[in-house]
Ligand binder design. Sequence first.
Ligand SMILES: [Mn+2]
Length: 345
Amino acid sequence: MEANYARKIEDLRRRLEGASSVLILTHDFPDPDCLASAFGLVHLFSFWGMKLSTISFGGFVGRAENRAMVRFAQIESVPFMLVSLEDYDRIVLVDSFPGVGNVSLGAEARIDAVLDHHPHTPPRDADFFHDIRQDLGATSTLVTRYLEAAKCPVSATLATALFYGIKTDTNEMSRNASAEDLECYKLLFDKADHRLLSRIEWPDRDPEYFRILHTAAESMTTFGPVGYTHLGHVQAPDYIAEIADLFDSLQSIQWMVCSGVFKKQVYFSIRSKDGERAGEAAEGIAKILGGTGGGHSNMAAGRVPLNGYTQEHALAKLVSGMKEIFGVQGTEGQYLLKDRADRRE
Ligand SMILES: [Mn+2]
């Protein structure tokens, strides 16, 4: 195992050799795992003598916890729209894969390295460095291994970020967590700054969060074992994932689907309690609606352009697609809060 990482990081180092600037790209609406991974790579690359590594993403950081992480760990980034690709000698993609749709980088752009743990298979003739570890619950685990193998010092702040990345992506070691994730989790636990961690995990929240909670509860509908809620327009798409996580805890359901509209696209997140076919379902629903989707067996997401259709039309299609994919076409929806309509008056 160790030797494997040593070889991998040697490949990566060679791939970056001679570069003085590296652009590290994450998903447009980054989660703690990709932020921590990118932050870890900044440390690794500077340890390797690269003068400039810049973290960038197309959207912004939405969840209060993630914003707290960026602020307290001082993870610096540049908005993708302000980045000139030609200013960078190398481009590295973390926690994502070329052409997946959640990264602003154009399909024609050159990529030098990809580090990911989502189920993607690089083409045989891929001319970029790639380490795609589907067996890992978090890219942060992979980056922790790289730092270890490179003997790069890990500060308490970096350890905290990586720990939180693994913790959130594996839902505290309960989701897709491998022995390696657990090993890194323990290692980072000892190195982390737990006061900093607590400030990240219990952040101040803006009123928008509470408005969304209210909307989510009011719109929550069950179709047998499938829960569904729609948040309307959201200020950041990661609220959708957050609500999917929270509402997946409803007793009676096996699957949870949450949708919302952001910048003329319907975003949706799917959770599966038993870790069954969430990724497949997201792909299937996206296919029916003409969008993109995919993910893990127990957590997945997708997005569909409105293409001039109204939100209502798109949602009706989303709901019928969802019912088809989960095989609950004949089931009538039940509001979680039965008196929803009355209470609205
Ligand atoms: Mn991840």
